[in-house]
Write a protein that binds this ligand. Sequence first.
Ligand code: GDP
Ligand code: IMO
Ligand code: MG
Length: 429
Amino acid sequence: MSNVIVVGAQWGDEGKGKVVDILTEDAAMVVRFQGGNNAGHTLVVGGLKYALHLVPSGILHPGKMGLIAGGVVIDPDVLIQEIETLRARGVEVSPRNLLIGEKAHIIMPYHQALDQAREGQKGDGRIGTTGRGIGPAYEDKASRIGLRMCDLADLNFFREKAAAAMAEKNCLLSSLYGLRPVSLEEIMARAGLWAEKLKPFIGDAWAVLRAALERGDNILFEGAQGVQLDLDHGIYPFVTSSNPIAGAAATGAGVAFRDIDGVLALVKAYSTRVGSGPMPTELTDGTGEFMRKQGAEFGTTTGRPRRCGWLDAVVVRNSVALCGADHLAVTKLDVLSGLKELKIAVHYLLDGEKIDFIPADYRAVERCRPVYETLPGWEGDISGARKLDELPKAARNYLDRMYELCGAPPALVSVGPDRDQTIILHEYF
Ligand code: GDP
Ligand code: IMO
Ligand code: MG
C-alpha cells in the first residue's frame, strides 16, 4: 500500500498523532486535510512529549514533507508559535519540510471572538467548542468571504477583504454580544507579521501532492477530530465544522479516490469525548474516573477533562463503514489494565426497541440505552508488550472481540504513549 488515510473513529483524541508519527517512518509525506487548531495531536518519543495542533505529525522524522492542505483552517498565530516551539526544541521546521497550502483559510481574530461569544451565550445548550474560531472560519469559507493564506501575498488586497468581512462581524460583536469590535488596524498589524513569518512556507500544496502521487511516494493523510464529530455524519449539532471522515481527504487535499490504497481507523480501547453532546456509554462513576486518571484524559488543546466510558461498537462500526476502513489501530489498551471486567456496547435500546445505528436526532441518541457484552479484564502492566502473545489472554480476547464487533482487524495495538510502546501487526508500506 502506498497512500493511507488515518482517521479517528470516535470523538477525537484516539491517538492519531502517535500512530501517524510511527507510520511516517516509511512514508515520504504527511498531509493534514481538514480541521484546524482545534486538533491536539500528541507525540511521545523517548519520553519527550510534543503537542501539535497544525503541523502534521510526521515532523519529527527528518527528510519527510508535511503538507497543510487547503481544507484546513489555520490560526497563523498558533502556527507561528508551534513552528517556533518545535525549533526551540531542536526540530527542523523549514520550507524544506513544511508547506502551507495557499488555499487554506485563515482563522481571523473575529472568528475566535464570535465562537467564544456564541458559546458564552448558549449556556447549557453550548456545543463545548474549543473556542478556536473553527466554526466561524468555515462559515466564512462557505459564504465566500474568507481570507486565505495566498491573500497574505498582497496586504492591500488583504485589507480590502478583511474590511468587507469585518463590517458584519463587528456589528454582531458589538450589538448582539456587547463586545469590543475588532480593529482593522490591529488585524493588519498582525497580518504583516503573519506574512513575514509564514510567506516562505506558503505554496501550491496540491501541485506538490500531485507530483508525489505521480512519483509513487508513500503518502499519509492525517485526519483530525473523529468521525462522530463529522459535520454531516456526526451527532449534529454536537459536531465540529469540518468532515473528519476519510472521504474528506478527497476534498480537503485534492486526492482522487483511486489514489487511496488504505484507510486506517483509530480506535481507543474505550470511549472519550470532550465538549457536550450525547455519549451513550459514558461512565460518571468510579470506573470513568479510573479511565480518566489512568489514561491522563485531559484535552491536548484546552486541558478540559475528557468524558470517559466503555467502548461503543455501534459507534466504531458506523465509523468503519463510513470510512471504508480496512484496519483498526487500537490505542490505550494499557489504560484498561486493572479493571475486573470490561464492557463493550453491542447495540442500543431506543424506547425499548433494539437498534444498531445512531439516530439522527440527538435527543433520540440521548435516550439510547447501550446493551453491553461483558468480558473478563486483566491485571498488570502491559506497556512492555511488543507482540500479541506477550499480552494477557484476556487482553487478546478483548482485541478479538473488538475485531468481530467493529468489522475490521487490528493493524496495530498501542500499549503506551511512547513511539516504542506499540505492537505492529500489519505493515502498511
Ligand atoms: P489525537 O488527537 O488523536 O492525536 O490524540 P491526543 O494526542 O489528543 O490524545 C491521545 C493521548 O493519549 C496523548 O496524550 C497520547 O500521548 C496518549 N496515548 C496515545 N497512545 C497511547 C497508549 O497506547 N497508551 C497510553 N497510556 N497513552 C497513549
Ligand atoms: P483531535 O484532532 C476532541 C470537539 C470539541 C467540541 C466540538 C466542536 O485532537 O482529535 P470545535 O472547536 O471544533 O468547533 O468544537 O468538537 N473537538 C474535539 N474533540 N479532539 C479534537 O481534535 C477535537 N476538535 C474538536 O470539544 O465538542
Ligand atoms: Mg487530540
